[in-house]
Design a protein around this ligand. Structure first.
Ligand code: NDP
Ligand code: 8X3
Length: 254
């Protein structure tokens, strides 16, 4: 991010999945422009590393699994009023496995739906009653939530759900003056593919062969753009793709 001036008091940004990839990059860019941060994820060691790196910008870390509604309730219930966000970034999510639906693995399906859909709902349900007029929610969707692709059925369905929820949340929260946006990225080189392919580094790397994928910073830049618009401006939807990607399944590879 180059053009945003640092301000001393941008309020609090609450980021789910801040331990790697987009969430970590969003945290770093948000700290650089003056947000105070509440950072969440399951890996406590990563949260501590990021807190050490960002110093006093991090006002709270919360280590919990968004799939667990009781743990989410307890973690968010521990926040003081100042820690309730001006900007909530619903970013935590994952794909697990890739293959046809008639060979699907129930545990993979449950992990995706429980994290990407129910996890987003748990966090939103716990935070929104305490969020104030002028706050923003930014949901991380995906091009996979715009167009399905072979082998992606349940991940696709979970991200189509994020798209639908974004629209519905925007209408529900309109009377309270809370804006709801979606950032939907195409292929980005994070830990996403390593998680999807269950630690198979060669399979993960092959996803990005022959073209230049987005970086986590590219996506964070879009999130920060939305988060720093003037109060009367609501960016509702932002689809961001690598130059070599035309749709969920059209790539130009060398
Ligand atoms: P990463 O794997 O690098 O990051 C995923 C983050 O989600 C981690 O911080 C992880 O933290 C957190 N997370 C996963 N499951 C849970 C859970 N059950 N509870 C709490 N936190 C959880 O991937 P990305 O940064 O790429 O992914 C971020 C989001 O972007 C996801 O929603 C993904 O679907 C989406 N996306 C990714 C694209 C890509 O190509 N990379 C493109 C489009 C969208 P921890 O393991 O510590 O819990
Ligand atoms: C992640 C992008 O195309 O691998 O949401 O599904 S893709």
């Amino acid at each position: 991010m180059k053009n945003h001036e640092r301000q001393n008091n941008r309020g609090t940004m609450f980021i789910t999945g801040a331990t790697s990839g987009f969430g970590e990059a969003i945290a770093k860019q948000a700290a650089a422009v003056g947000f105070q941060l509440v950072l969440t994820g399951r890996r406590a060691d990563r949260l501590e590393q990021i807190r050490d790196h960002l110093g006093s910008s991090v006002i709270k870390t919360l280590c919990f699994d968004v799939r667990d509604c009781d743990a989410t309730h307890e973690a968010i219930g521990s926040l003081t009023d100042i820690q309730i966000p001006q900007v909530l970034v619903n970013n935590a999510g994952l794909a697990v496995g890739k293959g046809p639906v008639d060979e699907g693995i129930y545990d993979d399906w449950n992990r995706m739906i429980d994290t990407n859909v129910k996890g987003l709902l748990h966090v939103t349900r716990e935070l929104t009653p305490r969020m104030k007029q002028g706050a923003r929610i930014i949901n991380i969707g995906s091009v996979a939530g715009r167009q399905p692709y072979p082998g992606g059925a349940v991940y696709n369905a979970s991200k189509f759900a994020v798209d639908g929820l974004t629209h519905a949340m925007r209408m529900d929260l309109l009377p309270r003056g809370i804006q709801v946006a979606q950032v939907a990225p195409g292929a980005a080189d994070t830990e996403f593919s390593l998680v999807r392919f269950k630690g198979d580094a060669a399979a993960a790397a092959s996803v990005y062969h022959g073209f230049e994928p987005l970086t986590a910073d590219d996506v964070a830049d879009s999130v920060l753009y939305i988060a720093t618009r003037p109060p009367h401006v609501s960016i509702q939807d932002l689809l961001i793709m690598p130059a070599a990607q035309a749709s969920a399944y059209h790539f130009h590879k060398s």
